[in-house]
Write a protein that binds this ligand. Structure first.
Ligand code: ADP
Ligand code: MG
Length: 338
């Protein structure tokens, strides 16, 4: 048998990239999450050829100091957590320190970044190796340019779906992130054509209008309810507005978009018989909870999380939804009797 040996850093980064960076939409998600963690108020995403030729994410956040660039692209290097306690108390979207290293392992990456008051830095990475770094004038914030994604991993390229599907996945993830952060103005453009622009004024209904259109935003009801552990709030479609899939239910846990079948079902339960079979609502469910009750470290992409007291949360969501719908009916009948 061959000798056991440690794999090179380039190779381990490529292996890790397989988990975190599945497709162009994963790059967009990771870069936009970094922009949010950096405290940005404006984020612009541009992509070309379904993200395979180029993805650019520009933010106005904290920027990265020139002497931190190498670390930013090193796997398991992060500014977001320090110790074990922090790992179970994650308040940022990122914390694994994997995204930039993974993206740079499977693409050509340029970064232009500047912290407040410094000149700015430009650096280039290819196939996991830094090619250059120099001073460059830049506004405060960060621009990451990802070119030729998966150029060195043909198997990954082959596994991708049609450009149309890949674009839909990019749009979907940016829509969900936008719904979780109505206070951030997010712009998404495909080949220069703007697909989404949110106002970023903190108004969720406005954000829903930006994402799904005004005709939908107008049919949404606000709700809010809390127990000792959770606060749930957001917008729900009136029962007359339905969709043919569950995909218009967005669950946002401390801003993070998560997939959770049980919580989506809790929303449906709140509608009860007000929804016909195979009809689904549009809903934005923002859950606020102490990060100590959430384990985000179960899946590399963090799309699935482990929640303490999930049953109690489900009940809270169901009753919040059902109360909002009852109030709506009462308001409507008041309007008739006036
Ligand atoms: P993580 O987000 O898990 O920390 P990443 O690989 O995504 O790991 O990023 C590594 C580090 O680079 C971050 O911890 C952060 O300090 C820095 N960084 C990445 N993107 C940005 C950005 N857009 N603005 C400021 N800092 C950033
Ligand atoms: Mg990150």
């Amino acid at each position: 048998m061959a000798q056991i040996h440690e794999l090179s850093e380039t190779l381990t980064n490529q292996i890790a990239a397989g988990e975190v960076i599945e497709r162009p939409a994963s790059v967009v998600k990771e870069l936009v999450e970094n922009a949010i963690d950096a405290g940005s108020t404006r984020i612009r995403i541009d992509f070309v050829d379904a993200g395979l030729k180029q993805i650019i994410v520009q933010d106005n956040g904290s920027g990265i100091a020139s002497d931190q660039i190498d670390l930013a692209f090193t796997r398991h290097a992060t500014s977001k957590i320090n110790n074990e306690h922090d790992l179970f108390n994650v308040a940022t979207l990122g914390f694994r320190g994997e995204a930039l290293a993974s993206i740079a392992a499977v693409a050509h990456v340029d970064i232009l970044t500047s912290t407040k008051g410094d000149i700015g830095t430009h650096a280039s990475f290819s196939g996991g190796v830094k090619k250059s770094q120099e001073e460059a004038s830049a506004r405060k914030g960060t621009q990451v340019i990802v070119k030729d994604l998966f150029y060195n991993t043909p198997a990954r390229l082959k596994y991708l779906r049609s450009p149309r599907t890949e674009i839909m996945k990019i749009v979907d993830i940016v829509n969900r992130i936008a719904l979780g952060y109505p206070q951030i103005s997010i712009t998404l453009a495909n080949n220069g054509r703007v697909l989404l622009r949110t106002a970023g004024n903190g108004n969720l209904q406005q954000t829903v209008a930006n994402v799904y259109g005004r005709h939908i935003a107008e049919k949404m009801l606000p709700f809010k309810k809390a127990d000792n552990d959770f606060e749930v709030s957001g917008l729900l479609s009136k029962p007359e507005l339905t969709r043919s899939t569950r995909n218009f239910i967005s669950i946002l846990l401390n801003g993070r978009y998560i997939r959770n079948f049980k919580l989506a079902s809790a929303v449906m339960d709140g509608y009860g018989s007000r929804l016909a079979a195979k009809h689904y609502p549009v809903a934005v469910i923002a859950i606020h909870v102490d990060p100590l009750l959430v384990d985000v470290n179960v899946h590399p992409t963090k799309r699935e999380v482990r929640l303490s007291k999930e049953k109690a949360l489900s009940r809270l969501i169901t009753s919040a939804v059902s109360e909002a719908l009852v109030n709506n009916i009462e308001q409507q009948s008041d309007a008739f009797s006036n």
